[in-house]
Design a protein. Structure first.
Ligand code: AMP
Length: 570
């Protein structure tokens, strides 16, 4: 049975599998590789996922939800018609679409996956990702940090030469930096950092605000305007000046040069730079000793990113080959490692802890007790697998119970960190108050690469032990959970898969119509009407014919007006 590699991206998601020739990205029947991470609702109240949803977002932004990934694990509600959906359900819908695609492409049932997440994701974000997968009917075998995935795909392609690599991954919504070493088939992650709320879309926001700064009309807050600004942003990656022409949408025409754009984006670039510097410090390496700087993620095409990398590492950064699929391919490599694929026997991966793990303690200072202080047992940046022990003591001689609250985070006050578990030790030996005697307890934290955290507490005097195991990234799908998950998602009205393709064409045609000159709109409109009418009458041959005609018209417009970035033509 195949374990699927999934790059669950903020803007786009991809799937890949490993074969004897190496990792391979799966496409749909039309040859398209990525599935937009977008969910939308159509006029009939049914949900659309992927390209159809993205196309609808262009002209009905209120009917579509995207960029929900950075909010995984947070309270964040979205409304699509009568559906109230959170980031977990939305991701589950995308994952279910990916699973269906994989099953179609491979002709087998897929139950297990390696899913990539930003290295900076915390425990609740990770748990939410696993929950989303479970709802989609997938067991997560490993949550792999995105930059580690990129390095894994890169490293496997390089063979076994020894090198230090920095991976800068700027996607739509998140930024990850990882510094790692490759040697003898080992991928050794030295440092990992980033910012969960910094991505390419923030750059689009900056440009959008600039372009609309002279206008006051809310009518311009549409997906079509954003799509045109997004296109201009991409052009600025290789052109010195761009003109954003919003006249067909009732907006201004604004010209922006690279210098202005860079000035507007300076605060964002500053944040990028700081993240990279922090990771370098954490890695214990110096910039120039890094052999390769690998740029991953859609938004690293902005020259500013390469410039920041070059200034910090003292060498030109290189755009990874086929940069958009590197993370998915890395997930497939990890899946193959778990499946013990013969071609990969010798590769080993280590990772680093991205957040410190520890317990809540009481600190004593000048005779006063201060509760709720965080004591890290395993510190951020520790190479995994790792195991470390700290000795704690009870506070009072008569104390017979010790409650260990386990936290993740960096703050010295536990209330600012994330509580991830509790371990209670009862039956400690009681001592007379006058004796002033307390009990010592050794607390050992052991964490492996796949996210399994084991905490052992041993009472020194009695050698009594208590263990807590937190499966921080993976849990097998329990009996009955699958059926329950299926029922929950099945309750959401979706179009059948064939109908989704027709919906996609309709949504794409409608959004293209929004941005082409008036003279051409009428033509598209006629073909759309013909297509809708064929679908209403439900005569299969007529639908196929009208679909082909409309597809040809849309393709022609997309080619002539360079709208490839805007829509995915089915
Ligand atoms: P990803 O999630 O890795 O696919 O990254 C998507 C992000 O990359 C989006 O914010 C895009 O706007 C951005 N992006 C893609 N191509 C370019 C480009 N040529 N120049 C600037 N940003 C880009």
């Amino acid at each position: 049975m195949t374990t699927l590699g999934i790059d669950l991206g903020t803007t786009n998601s991809l799937i890949a599998v490993f074969s004897d020739d190496g990792p391979r990205v799966l496409t749909d029947t039309a040859g398209s590789r990525s599935v937009p991470s977008v969910v939308a609702i159509d006029d009939g109240g049914k949900l659309l996922v992927g390209a159809a949803a993205r196309a609808r977002a262009v002209y009905r932004p209120d009917d579509a939800v995207s960029r929900f990934k950075p909010y995984m694990g947070e309270e964040h509600g979205y409304r699509l018609g009568e559906h109230a959906l959170g980031p977990v359900s939305l991701s589950a819908l995308v994952l279910r679409e990916l699973k269906a695609r994989a099953e179609e492409a491979l002709g087998e049932t897929i139950d297990e996956a390696v899913i990539t997440v930003p290295a900076w994701f915390r425990e609740p974000n990770r748990r939410a990702t696993i929950e989303a997968a479970r709802l989609a009917g997938l067991r997560v075998r490993h949550l792999l940090n995105e930059p580690t995935a990129a390095a894994l795909a890169y490293g496997v392609a390089q063979g076994d030469s020894e090198q230090a690599i920095a991976v800068l991954d700027l996607g739509g919504g998140t930024f990850d930096v990882t510094i790692l070493e490759l040697y003898d088939g080992m991928v050794d992650v030295r440092a990992s950092g980033g910012d969960v709320h910094l991505g390419g879309e923030d750059y689009t926001d900056v440009l959008l605000r600039h372009v609309l700064s002279g206008t006051t009309t809310d009518a311009l807050q549409t997906g079509a305007v954003r799509a045109l600004v997004e296109r201009a942003k991409r052009q600025l990656s290789h052109e010195q000046t761009v003109t954003v022409d919003l006249s067909t949408l009732g907006g201004p025409t604004v010209s922006v040069d690279r210098e202005t754009y860079d000035r507007l984006c300076a605060p964002l670039n500053q944040r990028l730079r700081r993240c990279v510097q922090e990771a370098l410090v954490q890695s214990g390496l110096r910039g120039p000793s890094i052999d390769h700087v690998l740029l991953v993620g859609g938004a690293v095409r902005m020259p500013a990113v390469a410039a920041i990398a070059e200034s910090l590492f003292g060498q030109p950064a290189k755009l990874a080959d086929d940069v958009d699929t590197l993370v998915a391919r890395g997930a497939a490599v990890q899946a193959a490692l778990l499946d013990k694929h013969a071609a990969l026997r010798d590769v080993m991966v280590t990772d680093v802890l991205t957040h410190s793990l520890g317990v809540s303690v009481v600190q004593t200072w000048d005779g006063e007790h201060y509760e709720g202080r965080f004591m890290a047992v395993l510190s951020r940046g520790t190479t995994l697998p790792a195991s470390r022990q700290e000795r704690l003591a009870t506070l009072h001689p008569e104390q017979t119970t010790l409650v260990l609250q386990v936290f993740e985070g960096e703050h010295r006050l536990v209330e600012k960190n994330e509580r991830i578990g509790t371990l209670e030790i009862q039956g400690l030996p009681k001592h007379p108050v006058q004796s002033g005697k307390t009990e010592a307890v050794d607390v050992r934290f052991s964490q492996d690469v796949s996210g399994l955290l084991q905490i052992d507490a041993t009472v020194l005097s009695t050698q009594q032990t208590k263990r807590l195991v937190l499966e921080r990234s993976s849990r097998p799908l329990q009996e009955g959970e699958r059926a329950q998950a299926d029922r929950r998602l099945a309750a959401i009205a979706m179009h059948p898969r064939e109908a989704q393709a027709n919906r996609q064409l309709l949504e794409v045609a409608t959004s293209v119509m929004m941005v082409v000159p008036q003279a051409e709109r009428d033509t598209v409109d006629r073909y759309i009407l013909a297509f809708e009418s064929a679908m209403d009458k439900q005569v299969p041959n007529d639908i196929v014919e009208a679909n082909a005609l409309l597809t040809a018209v849309v393709r022609d417009l997309v080619n002539r007006h360079g709208l490839h970035d805007l829509v995915d033509v089915p």
